[in-house]
Design a protein around this ligand. Sequence first.
Ligand code: FE2
Ligand code: FE2
Length: 216
Amino acid sequence: MATRTDNRERKSSNRSSNSRNGERSAFSFGSAGTSGGTAPLLGALAAGAAIGIGANWARKFLMQKSESISAGNEWDEILKLEHRATLAKFDMLLATDDSDTGKRASLVKTIHYALNKHAHQEEQVVYPALRQANETVDADHLEHEHGYVKTFLYELENMEKDAPEFLSRVREFRNLIEEHARMEEEQVFPRFKQAMSPEQDKKITMLMNKEGMKML
Ligand SMILES: [Fe+2]
Ligand SMILES: [Fe+2]
């Protein structure tokens, strides 16, 4: 009876015999067959990609930097600023009516994007640092609430934007975000910040900005 391992071995030996016969795979850039005419084209593509990546990185850097500067270059102030900005988007959403379905869809997308970036920064840097500082209970509680934030986002993204219950769900979601932000801003973050050295404080800001850039 042929086993899966036998099949794998056969496929692998077919691949190597194909390359021995000079057949090129779609991934065989740089092999003998691509020399000559296509090499300058590949070089130009690589250079173009490098410029594109550079420009994209610069854009992300400037976006994160401007947010960081307006928040005074402090991780907790940056997060506070993001809380305010997101709650303001919720207020815009609550001011819509059932005929504004396009505006609702676009605001839900904006909120989704903002909350994803925000949660990523907290979950990759701030909450792990909290756990290291023995604030595990609060870190776990906050991360658990992020799970419900994702559930609400899923619901709003997939709900008809003129559904009769749309605004009441948005209001519930806004309340959850506001309470969560209040706990971070008034209890957890100030206590954590007070206990850390200026070096740790700077390091968390630097690490958080780095993670934030990945989500821009
Ligand atoms: Fe949070
Ligand atoms: Fe937060």
